[in-house]
Design a protein around this ligand. Structure first.
Ligand code: SAM
Ligand code: SF4
Length: 354
């Protein structure tokens, strides 16, 4: 056990751990507190006390895929499908701007390739209109071609979020029928080539996922040198094939997130909505265990239909209430609200292109 505490201390200084050490720390509840505190110190040292707020616009819940874990999967006929118009999306961005958020995240299900609601030129228009408000634009639209990613980048998109979901390829192919891990990986490489700030991440607690898989996920994040990593507990949705899976993954997700902070000290790490959903004070606990980003929802009335999993935190009250709640929580724990657009800590002083 002392070895585990020693490993955590070492990782705090050297930002490295071997695969076996990662597995040990991930599976040790005894060292949970020491790990989260170490991650909090590393966060403070590398990215400071600022918490960056990104306005999340969930602009369409239509999806061509059938991921077994997700409530928006194509075969779930109980979802009330919606997609916002260009003007509605731009209005949400305007609200985000009014609240003082400096980034918007445009997220959706994967638009059907055969009958797209948002063909490339539509997405380009949306990005250009939002950029006119001097907002940074993050996209999270799923897997696209190199040419599509290029068009979005040329229109002004700054960042792209695409979780790898799990680095266990067999597990990925079981949970994401009809999809290919290699293609998702290709997308991440393309995004990097196109000079996006690239965010990825995984779910923790997927049925069949082992601590060894999660250790490999963290080593993959380091190898790929991502700019942002989102780690959220998997929460079963009653209208999916994984409805009976267990949902008790908050602590393990927190440890995976804290270890990610130790190994990638200067990246952006969100306190994910899934963490807040599973644990009443989950957002604050995450912010005190390595996280430095929150993505409050600004979607408007449709947000309740973007039901990836049930009872999603922040999906009922208004976006202003959420903004106030999040701001209060940040200030109450002695943190500050970020006023530059939130970049990797080590580049914070020199970034001026957003
Ligand atoms: N469609 C895009 C994609 O898959 O990349 C973006 C939207 S998707 C809803 C965003 C993320 O939600 C996924 O990357 C996945 O990690 C997460 N997610 C989906 N179902 C979930 C569940 N049941 N519990 C927790 N997270 C989930
Ligand atoms: Fe669609 Fe993304 Fe949900 Fe998979 S995770 S079903 S791609 S919205």
């Amino acid at each position: 056990m002392t070895d585990i505490f020693h490993d955590i201390e070492k990782a705090e200084i050297e930002h490295r751990l071997q695969f076996d050490q990662l597995v040990e720390v991930l599976t040790s509840s005894m060292s949970h507190q020491a790990l989260c505190q170490a991650a909090d110190r590393v966060r403070s040292r590398f990215v400071g006390s600022d918490v960056y707020l990104r306005g999340l616009i969930e602009f369409s819940n239509r999806c061509q895929n059938n991921c077994l874990y997700c409530g928006l999967r194509k075969d779930n006929k109980r979802v009330k499908r919606y997609h916002l118009s260009i003007d509605e999306i731009v209005e949400c961005a305007q609200i985000a701007k009014m609240y003082g958020y400096q980034t918007v995240v445009l997220q959706s299900g994967e638009d059907p390739v055969n009958e797209p609601y948002y063909p490339v030129d539509t997405m380009v228009q949306i990005i250009q209109k939002i950029k006119a408000f001097d907002l940074a634009v993050t996209l999270s639209l799923g897997e696209k071609t190199y040419e599509e990613y290029k068009a979005y980048k040329e229109a002004g998109a700054d960042r792209y979020l695409l979780r790898i979901e799990t680095t266990n390829k067999d597990l990925y192919h079981r949970l994401d029928p009809g999809m290919s891990w290699e293609n998702r990986h290709r997308c991440l490489i393309d995004l990097r080539k196109l000079d996006y700030e690239v965010g990825s991440g995984v779910m923790v607690g997927l049925p069949g996922q082992t601590p060894e898989d999660i250790a490999n996920d963290i080593l993959f994040f380091k190898e790929m040198d991502f700019d942002m990593i989102g780690i959220g507990p998997f929460i079963p949705h009653p209208d999916t094939p994984l409805k009976n899976a267990s949902r008790d993954h908050f602590e393990l997700s927190l440890r995976a997130m804290a270890l990610t902070r130790l190994l990638l000290p200067d990246i952006n790490i969100p306190a994910t909505t899934a963490m807040e959903t599973l644990c009443p004070n989950g957002r604050v606990i995450a912010l005190e265990s390595g996280a430095n980003v929150v993505m409050p929802n600004v979607t408007g009335i449709h947000r309740k239909h973007y039901e990836i999993y049930p009872n999603k935190a922040g999906s009922r009250g208004g976006s202003l209430i959420l903004k106030e709640e999040v701001s209060r929580q940040i200030l109450e724990i002695g943190r500050t609200i970020g006023t530059v657009k939130g970049f990797r800590g080590d580049f914070l002083g020199s970034q001026n292109h957003f």
